[in-house]
Design a protein around this ligand. Structure first.
Ligand code: 9G3
Length: 576
């Protein structure tokens, strides 16, 4: 491609409204341009990268026997009413009416649509396992779209859906997709982890998220430094701590703790460390139920674990007013003793190991000291309710420790069970002619988000450093002085030779100062660069620069072309 006839509107200054580096660089490199909040134009350079990644996804989906199709973006409300999700989702689901006043939505995902197609077409066990996938535009009306393609409102997703005769077969489909995802992200040279994840609103039995590690990631994940355990913090299990034994249980005593509202104040006031105290929180469902959660003072409540343990769809903190009605106390002095209204009391596992602890007395400015779980109060359930922390013992192996990372979720695979097939009555006849419900799985990859995450992981102060498999071009050829006919002729010949070898080349033939050309080429992050200048040519040499390592080689022209061919072949994993 000739740069002078292409369209790469690079920008020097960093856009003010771009908060993460990948958003800044994709704007500056002329890859994307915003049309509206969370809605982007994919400019030519950005589209080439997107299409490269889609091709990798397609190859690995096909290799895993998934079958490509394409579903509509516009979906009739009826299907969502059948699945019960039309009322479950709020403003995030973009709804509209057609000219006949029928209700539709812009598809945020396609479980209903694909299940509707399957319930009409798949009627026998002989037709399964089968897995359909698409690469298609989704719309989710995020309250705060940000970070460019990382959290857009309209975005491209590869979504796949598997259909099986039973749970065991569905596990097989899940594992095939899980392995395909590993291959996809490995081929892109990404540093990622597959982590156990909460299934969230989609339901189903279990799920894994594929997280690209990056400090700008919105998700917190943990991985064990000794075994393969890894989980989103929303789901990561805390190993029960050893109970303290042989401690003399002192007698319960009410203590004035005037104005001591926080755990830190109370612990300091009583000369104790916060891990010897208990904190008490009250939560509510959107159906008016309440729960009291008690944890060790230095631990943090995991609201997803609490919501799941109560079987609630939504969860929120109780208001001061609700807390007053339940406990008779203002916030800061809450505890399970002497409640005005009985509510379930759930204690995190770590509370069991406490002795002679401090707990709110449900009275303004009063706490109990020497409170002992079991003797002075009995939670309804001991359950894992806390967020794990760095350094916690691994719940899966003997001596591993958990390390905390930030991650960008680029993929999510779910075991759906029969949630949608039941709702939409997608059944098949088994070998005995008996009607059975189909078992499903669903599997998503954020296309634009993965390209953005790759940039989060691969950049330096000069700009993007594209992993070659998803780079817009493999190699750029820069003619240092476009006015020098000899240089241009030599550069053009090199360009055509590379193209004939199947190398994708961006030929920078612009009549610009060398510095401008080098800055632009560093910014857009093409992995390899050949520089053709009159000095080098005089010795029959050109310069090869590797963007990632900064390595610079002066080579004879033919050797440089062969080196580029070899480097591209190696990076694409078809090295010979
Ligand atoms: C909605 C809206 C937003 C949503 C959903 C539905 C997320 C929704 C979960 C999934 C699960 C999987 C197939 C591909 C992989 C992910 N946000 N989810 O169902 F109506 Cl507005 O999409 N779907």
């Amino acid at each position: 491609m000739f740069y002078s006839r292409y369209f790469i509107p690079t920008v020097k200054e960093t856009p003010s409204d771009a908060e993460v580096i990948s958003h800044q660089l994709m704007l500056r490199a002329g890859m994307i341009r915003k049309l509206a909040a969370g809605i982007y134009n994919y400019l030519p350079l950005g589209l080439r990268s997107i299409r490269k990644f889609e091709a990798i996804v397609r190859e690995e989906m096909n290799r895993a026997d998934a079958i490509e199709m394409l579903m509509p973006s516009v979906q009739p409300a009826e299907l969502w009413q059948e699945s019960g999700r039309w009322t479950f989702y709020g403003k995030e689901l973009l709804r509209f009416k057609d000219r006949k006043d029928n209700d539709f939505c812009m598809g945020p995902t396609h479980e209903e649509v694909i299940t509707d197609m399957v319930r009409r077409e798949i009627k026998s066990y002989r037709q399964m396992p089968i897995n359909f996938y698409q690469i298609q535009t989704k719309f989710r009306d995020e309250i705060r779209p940000r970070f460019g393609l990382m959290r857009g409102r309209e975005f491209i997703m590869k979504d796949a859906y598997s259909f099986d005769v039973d749970s065991a077969a569905a596990d097989g489909s899940y594992n095939k997709m899980f392995n395909a995802y590993h291959r996809i992200f490995e081929r892109c040279g990404l540093n990622f982890r597959a982590v156990e994840a909460d299934t969230g609103s989609i339901g189903g039995s279990s799920s894994h998220e594929f997280m690209v590690l990056a400090d700008s990631g919105e998700d917190a994940i943990v991985s064990c430094d000794a075994c393969r355990y890894a989980a989103n913090v929303e789901k990561a299990e805390a190993r029960p701590l050893q109970p303290t034994v042989g401690v003399e249980l002192l007698s319960l005593e009410k203590k004035a703790t005037p104005e001591m509202k926080t755990i830190v104040d109370v612990a300091a006031f009583l000369g104790m460390s916060t891990d010897k105290t208990i904190k008490t929180l009250v939560y509510a469902s959107d159906a008016g139920e309440f729960v009291m959660a008690i944890l060790r003072g230095d631990h943090e409540l995991n609201e997803i674990k609490l919501k799941n343990s109560m079987g609630w769809d939504e969860i929120r903190m109780a208001t001061e007013e609700e807390i007053l009605q339940i406990t008779g106390s203002p916030i800061g002095f809450l505890g399970p003793l002497g409640l005005k209204r009985p509510v379930p009391v759930l204690a995190d596992l770590a509370v069991q190991s406490l002795a002679n602890t401090v707990i709110g007395a449900n009275e303004k400015d009063m706490h109990y000291i020497n409170a002992n779980p079991g003797r002075d109060f009995a939670p309804d359930r001991y359950i894992d309710l806390r967020n794990v922390q760095s350094g916690d013992a691994c719940p899966r192996c003997e001596n591993g420790k958990l390390e905390m990372w930030r991650g960008i979720e680029v993929g999510h695979v779910f075991k759906l069970g029969t949630k949608y097939s039941q709702a939409l009555n997608a059944t098949y006849l088994d070998a005995d002619g008996k009607e059975q419900t189909i078992f499903m799985g669903c599997y998503g990859i954020g296309i634009g988000r993965t390209v953005a995450a790759a940039i989060e992981q691969n950049h330096d102060e000069n700009g993007i450093i594209f992993p070659l498999p998803i780079a817009p071009f493999h190699c750029s050829v820069v003619a240092v002085n476009a006015k020098d006919a000899g240089v241009m002729a030599a550069a053009e010949e090199i360009y055509f030779k590379l193209e004939k070898l199947g190398i994708e080349v961006l030929f920078d033939d612009r009549d610009e100062r060398p510095g401008v050309k080098f800055k632009d080429n560093d910014l857009i992050g093409i992995p390899l660069r050949l520089v053709v200048g009159s000095k080098g040519l005089a010795e029959g040499k050109i310069e090869l620069k590797v963007r990632k390592t900064g390595e610079v080689l002066q080579l004879p022209i033919e050797a440089a072309i062969e080196q580029v061919r070899q480097l591209v072949a190696d990076a694409l994993g078809c090295g010979n």
